[in-house]
Design a protein around this ligand. Structure first.
Ligand code: EPU
Length: 347
């Protein structure tokens, strides 16, 4: 046995760990070495070994936004730092500290139990609190970045901990500073700032429809939470039943000039306002119009209720998924002249 590889913590450095049940796509994958992080201070010692042996590494949170290859060389860090607590409050807001390994949906439920509304539109998004800021998770008109005060990370280059402010995280649509600096930071703790004044966020079409008959009386945060869970359950496949990684493509952002040409040709085109002179298109609609909703290619396919979601019906591999993605990208490009960007991280 290679004793140096086990130096940081013999008990927890696990060789040849299967990851099929650790990624929501349910892809067969094996980590050469796996290491469970339950406390941030394990990282200094672990990264000493990683640097000394020049080992490749990556972090796996809930595995809900990744496409795993059959084999992951080096060390796969399994993030499992738990714990959430109210740490401070002022006239404007309440501040919460949450471990990176906490399940996102359980955290959202906990904030509502503590009577701290704000995150209810983000209910039922799979994954962990630590992974959520990387792609700036968003749903029903709300993005997590708006509620983040700062993030504690381990900087693998400086070999120490740093706290990044919300501004430093450079949040944008499905984007952050972390996405532009891959393989450098490990999120260990997220600090949330929840404003004390709560206003329901109901502008998003599907959600607005649920509450349009209730004249004058705004719904409670709990009612919105229940409603979001209902919409998501009806449209998105449960990863425990059918493997998937949520939206597989980003909604493409095009210039206003290109949008005007497209709307002329396709009057039903679904789109939303974006930055000035830009328009965000519904990728699900584009794929649906190409006749690909519900399509099956070998063991993988396009989900029958939401064309933006690719599914693994059984024994699909990363290659099967990426081949299908390429077919969809080609078809959408031929039909609409719009490139689609893959959303999950391809490891
Ligand atoms: N549409 C179709 N056919 C389809 C799918 C969608 O015509 O098969 C049309 C719908 O009619 C709707 C529009 O496209 O008018 C948008 O669809 P939907 O409301 O389902 O939202 P989306 O744009 O497909 C985005 C996020 C989701 C998030 C929802 C709700 C991205 C990439 N995806 O999906 O996020 O839950 O909005 O806010 O921005 C995820 O990132 O994993 C995810 C599920």
């Amino acid at each position: 046995m290679n004793s140096a590889k086990n130096a940081p913590n013999q008990a927890k450095l696990i060789p040849e760990m299967g990851l099929k049940d650790k990624n929501t796509f349910g892809l067969e994958s094996c980590a050469e070495l796996a290491y469970e992080i339950t406390a941030a201070d394990q990282l200094r010692e672990l990264f000493q070994t990683i640097h000394d042996q020049n080992l490749p590494w990556r972090v796996l949170g809930g595995g809900s936004n990744v496409i795993l290859p059959e084999r992951l060389p080096g060390v796969t860090l399994l993030m499992n730092i738990q714990g959430q607590e109210l740490i401070d409050s002022d006239d404007q807001a309440v501040f919460i500290s949450v471990g990176a390994g906490v399940n996102w949906h359980e955290f959202v439920s906990w904030t509502l139990e503590k009577n701290l509304p704000g995150l209810e539109n983000l209910a039922l998004i799979p994954g962990t609190v630590g992974a959520a800021p990387i792609q700036n998770i968003g749903a029903y008109g709300v993005e997590i970045g708006e509620y983040i005060h700062s993030i504690e990370v381990f900087d693998s280059i400086a070999h120490g901990f740093v706290t990044l402010s919300q501004e430093a995280c450079q949040f944008a649509y499905r984007d952050s500073y972390f996405k532009h600096n891959p393989n450098r930071f490990i999120v260990t703790r997220v600090f949330f700032e929840i404003p004390k004044v709560w206003v329901p966020r109901l502008q998003y079409g599907d959600l607005a429809k649920q509450f349009e008959d209730i004249d004058g009386i705004p719904p409670s945060a709990e009612e919105i939470f229940v409603s979001v869970c209902k919409i998501r359950t009806s449209k998105l496949p449960d990863p425990k039943v059918i493997g998937n990684a949520g939206s597989f493509f980003q909604n493409p952002i095009v210039s206003y000039a290109q949008y005007e040409i497209l709307i002329e040709q396709f009057p039903q085109l679904v789109s939303y306002p974006d930055e000035p002179q830009k328009r965000k298109l519904a990728a699900g609609w584009l794929i649906d119009q190409c006749g690909l909703k519900g399509a099956t290619v070998g063991p993988v396919g396009v989900y029958k209720n939401q064309a933006l979601v690719l599914v693994n019906h059984g024994n699909g591999t990363a290659k099967d998924i990426l081949d299908l993605a390429q077919l969809i990208q080609n078809k959408v490009h031929q039909t609409f002249g719009v490139p689609l960007l893959i959303e999950p991280n391809i490891l």
